[in-house]
Design a protein around this ligand. Structure first.
Ligand SMILES: Nc1nc2c(ncn2[C@@H]2O[C@H](COP(=O)(O)OP(=O)(O)OP(=O)(O)O)[C@@H](O)[C@H]2O)c(=O)[nH]1
Ligand SMILES: [Mg+2]
Length: 350
C-alpha cells in the first residue's frame, strides 16, 4: 500500500515526507521517492509495557514524495501515470504565512489550491474516459461496463470525484480495472503556522472543510516547523509540548493514523517477551488469512485463533492468565473476521 504526497510547489510535501519517514533513507523506484513510516499506536505502547517486550514493532505505511504539480495544479501526463500507481493520495496545501518561503506564483488560499487539484483530477479522468468511450475496438464492451462508464461520465461532468459515489459489488471490478484518478481515497494535509494552530483558524478553512466533507476526504492540519521541533524531542517532552497547544498527538501521528484508516487497514497484535507487534490487514480479513501475515505455516496449519480485544484485555487487568481463567480468550475459527485491536495467538499444526 503506497500513499503519494502531492500538491503545489513549496507546499511542504518533502517536509511532511521526511517527518513521516524519519531517519530511514528514501528509496527510489519507478521514478518515485519512497519511504517507510511507522504508524504510531498507543495500544501497542501499552502492550509493550505490559509484556516487557524486547522489541516493539509498529505497523508501517509507504509514502511517496512527488514533484510539484503545475502552477495551476495541472497534473501532467507523467504525474497522472505516477499517481495512478498509488493506492491513496495525501494532498498538501499551504496556509502558513512565513514570508521567507516564497510562493511559486501568487499566494493561493488552501481551499482554492485544493479545489484546483480536485478539478484537475476530475479533468484527467474525463480525458481518459473520452478516449475509452471513443475507442472503436471496444464496441464489444459488456452492458455492465458501458453502464459503469456512463455513470462515471455523469459524475465527472458534475465535477464529482468518483470516490464520492456509492459503488455496488458488481461495479467494483470495473472501478479497480480502469483505475481512474479521482476514485483514489484522498487525505488533505494543511500546512499551517503556529499562530493558526493556536487560534484554530486560517483563511479559507471553512470553505476547505466544507469541500472535503462533501467529498468525504479527511483533513489533517499540521504545522511543519513545529512538527520538526517535536520530532527531535523525547516522548515526555513531546507530550508536554503538545498539551500546551491542546493536542494529544502530533500532526504526523494523526496523519499516519488517518492514512491507515483511509486505506481501510486495521491492526491486530501478537504479544510475547521477545516481541510485541502490530500486523496490518484489511478490515474483515478472515483469521486464517491474517495468520499468513505472521507466518505462512500458521496459515497452512491453522487450527484456531485465541482472541481477545485490546480494550477487554486492559479492562481485565491486562493479564492473559486472568482472561483465560474467566473464559474471555475466545477460540475463533478460520473465517472469523479479525477486528482492529484484537490480540491473537494462532494455534497451528504443520
Ligand atoms: N515557516 C514554515 N516553513 C515551512 C513549513 N513547512 C515547510 N516549510 C518550508 O517551506 C519550504 C518548502 O518546503 P518543502 O517541504 O521543500 O516543500 P515541497 O512541497 O516539497 O516543495 P517542492 O518539492 O519544491 O514543490 C522549505 O524551505 C521548508 O523549510 C512550515 O510549516 N512553516
Ligand atoms: Mg519537495
Amino acid at each position: 500500500m503506497k500513499i503519494g504526497i502531492v500538491g503545489p510547489a513549496s507546499a511542504g510535501k518533502t517536509t511532511l515526507f521526511r517527518l513521516l519517514t524519519g531517519a530511514a533513507p528514501a528509496r527510489s523506484k519507478g521514478g518515485l521517492t519512497i519511504g517507510t513510516a511507522h504508524v504510531p499506536d498507543e495500544r501497542l505502547d501499552r502492550l509493550s509495557a505490559v509484556f516487557k517486550g524486547k522489541k516493539t514493532v509498529y505497523a508501517t505505511l509507504e509514502f511517496c514524495d512527488l514533484p510539484p504539480l503545475g502552477a495551476k495544479s495541472e497534473i501532467s501526463g507523467e504525474t497522472a501515470g505516477k499517481l495512478k500507481s498509488l493506492d491513496a493520495l495525501t494532498v498538501v496545501v499551504r496556509a502558513h504565512r512565513d514570508p521567507t518561503v516564497p510562493w511559486p506564483g501568487e499566494p493561493v488560499a488552501p481551499d482554492k489550491a485544493f479545489s484546483s487539484f480536485q478539478e484537475e483530477m476530475i479533468l484527467t479522468d474525463l480525458l481518459q474516459l473520452d478516449k475509452i468511450l471513443g475507442r472503436k475496438k471496444d464496441k464489444g464492451r459488456s452492458q455492465e461496463e458501458t453502464a459503469f462508464l456512463e455513470k462515471c461520465q455523469s459524475l465527472l461532468e458534475e465535477m464529482k470525484p468518483l470516490s464520492s459515489a456509492n459503488w455496488d459489488a458488481g461495479e467494483l471490478p470495473c472501478l479497480r480495472n480502469y483505475a481512474f484518478l479521482s476514485s483514489r481515497p484522498v487525505l488533505v494535509a494543511v500546512n499551517i503556522d503556529e499562530e493558526q494552530l493556536q487560534d484554530h483558524i486560517y483563511d479559507g478553512q471553512r470553505e476547505l472543510l466544507s469541500l472535503c466533507e462533501k467529498a468525504s476526504y479527511p483533513v489533517i492540519e499540521f504545522c511543519g516547523t513545529l512538527e520538526i521541533d517535536i520530532s527531535e524531542m523525547d516522548k515526555e517532552e513531546q507530550a508536554e509540548y503538545l498539551a500546551a497547544y491542546g493536542l494529544k498527538q502530533s500532526g504526523i501521528a494523526r496523519l499516519a493514523a488517518a492514512a491507515y484508516r483511509l486505506l481501510d487497514l486495521i491492526s491486530f497484535f501478537t504479544v510475547g517477551e521477545d516481541e510485541v507487534r502490530a500486523w496490518t490487514v484489511k478490515n474483515f480479513t478472515p483469521a486464517k488469512k491474517a495468520a499468513g501475515k505472521v507466518h505462512s505455516d500458521m496459515e497452512r496449519g491453522f487450527i484456531r485463533a485465541e482472541v481477545i480485544n485490546f480494550a477487554e484485555f486492559m479492562s481485565l487487568g491486562a493479564s492473559l492468565k486472568i482472561a483465560r481463567e474467566l473464559g474471555k480468550l475466545r477460540l475463533e475459527g478460520k473465517d472469523y473476521p479479525v477486528c482492529d485491536g484484537d490480540i491473537i495467538n494462532f494455534r497451528f499444526n504443520v
